[in-house]
Write a protein of this length. Structure first.
Length: 188
């Protein structure tokens, strides 16, 4: 007789939110596949790219009544074991009462060597499960390259890669984002 093993799904978002509320402010945690994961401090290069991206997206988003916000978690109605914290989130509507967005239209991850496989794997799958999300950016640190995942009218996702001399069309926000501006003050 064979026994089927059932995997413990781990923490759900509500349990994680209660747990993380008691953690010290200097700790940054995200929930990935039911497991809380402590986030390491980012390199100065990583943070400069995040700052450039947040600044430019904020300027673009403001004209549409939206905001670019670093450091908030995103939630999906279809996956209750994830609460990742992308590097930048763009959302519209009233300000949040907490640090959890269920309605992002754009998320961006700046890749770090230690998190690259997770950011390009399970987190990518999770982000694409968020109904409101229109655009997902993966920004490289070691080369001027941005991967753009865009949701089509049919709900499917299209992929394209952009280099330093190109721009990313943001029709949802009514402007373009020059890749060179993401890498301002970054040497390759």
């Amino acid at each position: 007789m064979a026994l089927a093993l059932r995997r413990d799904p781990g923490m759900r978002v509500a349990e994680y939110q209660a747990w993380v509320a008691d953690r010290p402010d200097e700790e940054r945690w995200e929930l990935i596949d039911g497991e809380p994961e402590l986030m390491a401090p980012q390199s100065e290069r990583h943070q400069q790219i995040v700052l450039n991206l947040a600044r430019k997206l904020s300027d673009i988003a403001r004209d549409r009544g939206c905001r670019a916000i670093p450091g908030i978690a995103v939630l999906s109605d279809s996956l209750d074991t994830f609460a990742p914290i992308p590097d930048v989130v763009v959302r519209c509507g009233p300000p949040l009462n907490d640090g959890y967005a269920r309605d992002p239209i754009l998320v961006a991850e700046v890749l770090s060597p230690s998190t690259m496989s997770r950011d390009r794997g399970r987190k990518t799958d999770f982000y694409r499960s968020i109904a409101s999300l229109k655009l997902f950016l993966i920004v490289y640190q070691d080369e001027p390259r941005v991967e753009v995942w865009r949701r089509g009218a049919d709900g499917g996702w299209a992929f394209e890669a952009r280099g330093l001399d190109s721009a990313i069309g943001l029709p949802e926000l009514g402007d373009d984002l020059a890749v060179a501006e993401i890498y301002d003050d970054i040497a390759f």
